[in-house]
Design a protein around this ligand. Structure first.
Ligand code: SF4
Ligand code: MSK
Length: 644
């Protein structure tokens, strides 16, 4: 297997890769090497197995056309495959949102007694948007009304999703005109599956437009509902200091690592892990306490709200186990590697699945029940404690590295904070852009992927290039964790890495140049922040006029595809590192990278070199600034940096 310094960027992960090798534990990076060379047809999106006349690879005929047995062209096959990816991603986010709404309903009905209303202001604000009567009503009554309306969005059959109305009016008109306004969340996802069944939709543009509609139902529907109701029920995050990387695991405490995406159970595990009885039990078993940490977006959720440290991102899940110090890894849904089952067997670690939707062979299953949430959490924490005596000291290898970060920024809090506590407003942010102190805002999000090595290279180099050119960066998901490990999410990073204009703003307000806004569903916060920027005035009438851009330099999941599509469809130029699997169709490629601009005011781009990709984003912001006739930037643009 390769040189670990060339495989992963951070030293802690390199060390853990060494520990995995010593324990003969295969990681995703090892399995990725075993997969080389990967299938060219799959990469180009021209492999179809939608019916059993196939599987077909779009084969070139004597007339030069690429077709499958049924006559589907490469354009049709590529578009259908992409639509199914969007359906998968939107389904994952939206089912998360549905589960949150379901728990919210149980809470409002008094059945999920361990939950309550933690953000009354947001409850009233969101309820009002949904048309729920708030005047003279108790928070319980309002919550019940909101739960009913939010849940109804999933099964809605016609009309428009409620939260689409958060977008500026011209944006809504763009969606209506293009025929991509989502009608109901589940409806759009089901229709993806219908249209891609053999013999239905063969027009690639028609297929892709439904992809846009489905992705919008994720970003402005399922994901936004998830974020909003989580904030109301679990509390809206506020900036909080914490630590990140594998070194957050403890040598002498019971280590519990929560992993996946939904904070509903993990919030309860946080509570249980602080209970005196369980701390006493841990001591009785010889531990000095309980160390809770997280992986992936479950980590981001409890990091944002509780300051619980993050042990790492998607490609560090097996590495956390390789430290030999994890008593229990508790997983819910999404981004859980099936390989965890085998990895856990190399040590004393217990892998605990908790969702009926996400079971893994070899794992113990303790099923979550919203109506007994804290009780289930206690059971899980006890199970972890019981494992502590089995830990073998000689197998423990915890890398020492950790990094400080500040997380917990939201659309409501962060930009208003720029306006100070007593004058909450987006005005200072907009003014910073108008005056040329800030070039614009970039959302850099998404996964990490063994296709980009050393892992994290794409995120870190892109973000450094952006902030040194006075671009404020907002992040979610694994991208945020990757940059946090590098120290980019600490306030001190402004002085070290940011351009002078961004530095002045960060120092005046006391924020890092890179803001952690949450988990994958929380990309909806970025959409809301863009709406607020437009509403504040001075930067055009629509999101597509803003000097903003999006990126996912190391994307891998279907969710990332859905996110990319709804971000572009919301009017934001977006660059992915590796191209989507569409290169088998020039027509689909052109639709995404050119035609979408005419239809929705923004387009996709693909660029593997993260610095070159950052320059594309900077160039885009410069063009938008020029179109808005904003003042020239106060400080000069810098020449592209050499990779660090
Ligand atoms: Fe082949 Fe058409 Fe069946 Fe796809 S749907 S497997 S292209 S015959
Ligand atoms: S966890 S979807 S690897 S960002 Fe949200 Fe990370 Fe991507 Fe999963």
């Amino acid at each position: 297997m390769g040189d670990n310094a060339e495989r992963m960027r951070d030293v802690a992960s390199q060390q853990a890769l060494g520990a995995a090798e010593a324990a003969e534990m295969l990681t995703a990076l090892d399995r990725w090497e075993l997969q080389q060379p990967q299938c060219r047809f799959g990469k180009q999106g021209i492999c179809c197995r939608l019916c059993s006349m196939g599987p077909c690879r779009a084969i070139t005929t004597s007339k030069g056309e690429k077709i499958g047995v049924c006559g589907a062209t490469a354009d049709t096959i590529v578009a259908r495959n992409l639509l199914r990816m969007i359906a998968g991603g939107a389904a994952a986010h939206s089912d998360h949102g549905r589960d949150v709404a379901h728990t919210f309903m149980l809470m409002a009905e008094g059945k999920a007694k361990d939950y309550g209303i933690k953000d009354e202001v947001k409850l009233r604000q969101v309820a009002a948007e949904y048309g729920v009567e708030t005047e003279g009503k108790s928070s319980g009554e309002i919550a019940l009304g909101l739960a009913e309306r939010a849940l109804a969005e999933f099964g809605q059959q016609g009309g428009e999703l409620k939260l689409m109305a958060r977008a500026p009016e011209p944006r809504q008109e763009v969606w209506r005109k293009a025929g991509v306004m989502p009608r109901g969340i589940d409806r759009e996802i089901v229709e993806c599956m219908h249209r891609t069944h053999i013999g239905v939709d063969a027009d690639y543009r028609n297929i892709l437009r439904h992809g846009i509609r489905t992705a919008l139902s994720d970003g402005w529907g399922g994901s936004m509902i998830g974020t909003d109701l989580q904030d109301v029920m679990l509390g809206s995050p506020v900036p909080i200091r914490a630590k990140v990387n594998l070194g957050v695991l403890s040598e002498d405490k019971v280590n519990i690592v929560v992993h996946g995406h939904e904070p509903i159970l993990s919030e309860m595990i946080v509570e249980a892990s602080r209970e005196p009885e369980l701390l006493k039990l841990a001591e009785e078993k010889g531990a000095k306490g309980i160390q809770l940490s997280g992986i992936c977006c479950t980590a981001n959720e409890i990091l944002m709200r509780q300051g619980i440290p993050s042990a790492g991102h998607f490609l560090q899940q097996e590495l956390a186990l390789a430290t030999g110090a994890v008593e229990a890894m508790v997983v819910d849904v999404q981004c859980l590697m099936p390989g965890l089952g085998e990895a856990a067997k190399c040590f004393h670690s217990e892998l605990i699945t908790t969702s009926p939707k996400g079971r893994i062979p070899g794992a113990r299953h303790i099923e979550f029940d919203e109506e007994r949430a804290l009780e289930v959490a206690r059971e899980i924490v006890s199970a972890a404690i019981e494992k502590f005596p089995e830990r073998k000291k000689e197998s423990v290898n915890i890398p020492e590295h950790t990094m400080d970060l500040v997380a917990g920024f939201t659309a409501e809090y962060v930009f208003r904070m720029l306006g100070g506590r007593f004058r909450p407003s987006y005005r200072p942010l907009n003014n910073g852009i108008i005056e040329g102190r800030l070039r614009g805002v970039a959302g850099v999000v998404g996964c990490c992927n063994p296709n980009v090595q050393p892992v994290d290279y794409g995120h870190v180099e892109m973000v450094k290039e952006l902030i040194r050119n006075d671009v404020l960066v907002v992040q979610t998901g694994c991208s945020a964790i990757a940059c946090a490990k590098e120290g980019l999410l600490a306030p001190e990073a402004a002085r070290e890495y940011a351009g002078r204009g961004l530095q002045e703003i960060c120092e005046a307000v006391g924020i890092p140049p890179v803001l952690h806004v949450g988990s994958c569903v929380d990309n909806s916060r970025i959409l809301v922040a863009c709406c607020e920027m437009v509403n504040e005035g001075g930067l055009g009438e629509d999101i597509s006029e803003l000097p903003v851009a999006g990126a996912a330099p190391e994307w891998m999941s279907e969710k990332a595809v859905s996110i990319g599509m709804y971000v572009v469809a919301s009017g934001i130029f977006t660059v992915f590192g590796a191209p989507l699997p569409v290169e088998g169709s020039q027509a689909v490629y052109d639709y995404l990278t050119k035609e979408m601009e005419e239809e929705v005011g923004a387009r996709w781009a693909f660029e593997k070199d993260p610095i070159a990709a950052a320059r594309m984003m900077i160039e885009h912001m410069n063009e938008k600034r020029a179109a808005l006739k904003l003042r020239p930037m106060m400080y000069e643009e810098k020449e592209p940096a050499a990779a660090s």
